[in-house]
Design a protein around this ligand. Structure first.
Ligand SMILES: [Zn+2]
Length: 336
């Protein structure tokens, strides 16, 4: 399988995050990169497709904010990474304030998504990595792995959250349509609901979005990912959420994945995009499913059996010691 990455993606190194009431070392660490690189000996460098495909998904003012957020923060004399800490509560009138503290709150929905010095460079190249992978899929029809980092599936059209800034998988989905695909499906198998992707395509029927994830009444991101979120307008019936309880093992997960596969077969997309998170792993430090390393191969095989041109985009996975093995197990399911 061809695998793509850009070294620019290592430049994003947020220091701390606010989790469960305490400032702790950031879980989305650059050590994740080394863990995954070790099992990908033939990584190819991402190509540069420019800003245009990014702006086909994200609002221009949000992209402009991301590009300058760290500099504006540092210019205001603040130490450390740009840290969102005040948010406009629902019902407030929209204000286009240019104070960096206000802008951080306007574009972020949590306190875990800091803008560090290398963040823009990393997220730009994460999107390019997905686009390069997509180009390989569109030309060869073969399953391809885009080693995107940081994650992207929590980022919406004009917001960041959940360690995500630009939604690489959504950018690739939109680009697939621009490159001749008539329909695309996104099958999100990260532990957390892919809320950004859901929001981006919620009103559309040319992109089917499916997410298997932890029940959001118990787990992040709480405000999205419930079963009654099925899409709206033309997109009604084109979003499928399959939440599961904490402690879910492969046997129960497999049944939900089978439901997702059935929906995918009925939709029969031209291209499939799979945001893959290894944070469903039993030893993940911030997540609570019980998937074992060998299960990832079974999971991938079920998806591979669809026989669709498939782009896999890396999302979460924070058990650094076993992260490489889990990614390798998943990718093996496509080559077996
Ligand atoms: Zn996750």
């Amino acid at each position: 399988m061809r695998t793509f990455y850009s070294d620019h993606q290592s430049r994003h190194a947020p220091s701390v995050e606010l989790q469960n009431g305490a400032l702790v070392p950031h879980a989305e660490s650059a050590e994740r990169v080394d863990a995954i690189k070790r099992v990908l000996p033939r990584l190819e460098a991402a190509k540069d497709f420019g800003l245009d495909p990014i702006l086909a998904v994200h609002d221009a003012d949000y992209v402009d904010f991301l590009r300058r957020a760290y500099t504006d923060w540092a210019s205001a004399g603040r130490p450390g990474d740009a840290f969102p800490y005040v948010f406009p509560i629902r019902g407030r009138r929209p204000l286009n304030l240019k104070r960096i503290d206000a802008e951080l709150g306007r574009y972020a929905y949590d306190c875990g998504t800091l803008v560090a010095p290398g963040t823009w460079d990393a997220v730009y190249w994460s999107a390019q990595t997905a686009l390069t992978g997509l180009e390989a899929v569109m030309t060869s029809g073969e399953a391809t792995f885009a080693f995107c980092r940081p994650p992207g599936h929590h980022a919406g059209r004009d917001y960041m959250g959940g360690y995500s800034y630009l939604n690489a998988a959504a950018i690739a989905a939109e680009q697939a349509l621009r490159s001749g695909a008539e329909t695309v499906a996104v099958l999100d198998v990260d532990y957390h609901h892919g809320n950004g992707t859901q929001d981006i395509f919620y009103g559309r029927n040319d992109v089917l979005t499916i997410s298997l994830h932890a029940d959001p009444s118990m787990d992040y991101p709480f405000y999205w990912g419930h079963v009654d979120e099925t899409g709206q307008d033309a997109g009604d019936g084109y979003n499928l959420n399959l939440p599961m309880a904490r402690g879910t093992e492969w046997s129960a997960y497999k049944a939900q994945l089978a439901a997702a596969i059935e929906r995918l077969q009925a939709f029969a997309p031209d291209v499939l995009i799979v945001p893959f998170g290894a944070d469903t792993y039993i030893k993940d430090p911030i997540s609570f499913f019980a998937i074992e390393t060998a299960d990832y191969t079974s999971m991938a095989r079920m998806i591979a059996d669809l026989g669709l041109p498939t782009l896999i985009c890396m999302e979460g996975g924070y058990a650094v010691d076993d992260l490489g093995a889990n990614v390798a197990a998943f990718l093996n399911g496509f080559s077996a």
